[in-house]
Design a protein around this ligand. Sequence first.
Ligand SMILES: Nc1ncnc2c1ncn2[C@@H]1O[C@H](COP(=O)(O)OP(=O)(O)OP(=O)(O)O)[C@@H](O)[C@H]1O
Length: 301
Amino acid sequence: MGTDTGHVALAARGLGKRYRRGWALRNCTFELPLGRVSALVGPNGAGKSTLMALSTGLLRPSEGAVEVLGSTPGTGGTDSKPAFLAQDKPLYRRFTVDEMLHAGRALNPRWDHAYAHRLVQDAGVNPAARISTLSGGQRTRVALALALGRRPQLLMLDEPLADLDPLAREEVMQAVMAEVAETGMTVLLSSHVLADMEGVCDHLILLAGGRVHLVGDIEDLLANHRLLIGPRRAEGHGLPARAVIEARATGRQETLLVRDGGWTATTGWEQLEPTLEELAMAYLRSASPSRSSRSPEVAVA
Ligand SMILES: Nc1ncnc2c1ncn2[C@@H]1O[C@H](COP(=O)(O)OP(=O)(O)OP(=O)(O)O)[C@@H](O)[C@H]1O
C-alpha cells in the first residue's frame, strides 16, 4: 500500500462537508485501522451517508481531507479500491443475476468470477433469475457478491440491512463475516441499529449531528468507561464535569457514565463496565440538543 500510515484503512483529518443548508459533517478526525470491522452508527441525518460518499469519492470535502487505502478517494490512485455497497443497491433490474456478474467482470480488472458465482449460489439465488424478481434480501446478496467479487481490501456498506427481515439480516452479516475470516478485509458498516452490529464489529465510529462523538476499538472503549450507580445526592455527584458523559436520575437512584478513569477516587457507587448499547446510548443522548448543551468529542484508542 502506498501510504505512510500503512496500518490505516481510512483516515479523516478535519473532514467536513457543507451543503447549501449547512454542515452535514464537521471536524471529523479519526483513523480506521486495517483489518477492523467497524460500525458507523448514528441517528437519521447524523452524516453517515455523507461520510461514506466522501470516502468513496462520490463527494468532495468542503474542508479537511480523507485518505482511503493511502489515496485520496476518486483520484484513481490505487488499484485496490474499496468496494462500496450504497443504500439503494444499484442493480440493473432487467438483467439476470448472471448478466449482472458478467457486467461486474467487464468493469473490474481484479474480478474473481468463480468467487462471485459461489457467493450467489451460497445465497440460494438462481443465476438465471431476473433482478426484478428477487426479494430485498436476495438483491442484497447479489449486490454483496458484486462488491466482494472485486476482492476488495476495504468494503463499505451503507445501511445494508435496512430493508431486510431478521433472518436475511443475519444471513447477510454471516456472509460478510465469512469473507472477513477468509481474507482479513476491513469493513465499514453503517447503521442506525446498534444491535445489528453487536458481536460482529470490533470498532465503533459514533456520529451525531455531523460530528464524531466516540471512536475506537470497542474493547478499549468499554474498558475506558464505567457506569456508576448510587443514591441520588442533594449535593450532586461531585465528579469532574469533563469525566461525566451523562448523569441520569431515576427516583432516588442516579446513574453516571464516566470516562477515562474518572471513577477511580469515588466511593459509595456500584461500578459496572457498560454494555456497548449503554455506552452508545449515553453518548447519543448527551449529544442530543434537547438533552444537553454539552457535546463531548472523544477519541479513545
Ligand atoms: N444532497 C444533499 N443536499 C443537501 N443536504 C443533504 C444532502 N445529503 C444529505 N444532506 C443533509 O446532510 C445531513 C446528513 O445526512 P446523511 O444522509 O449523511 O445522514 P445519515 O446519517 O446517512 O442519515 P440516514 O440514517 O437518515 O440515512 C442531513 O441533515 C441531511 O439532510
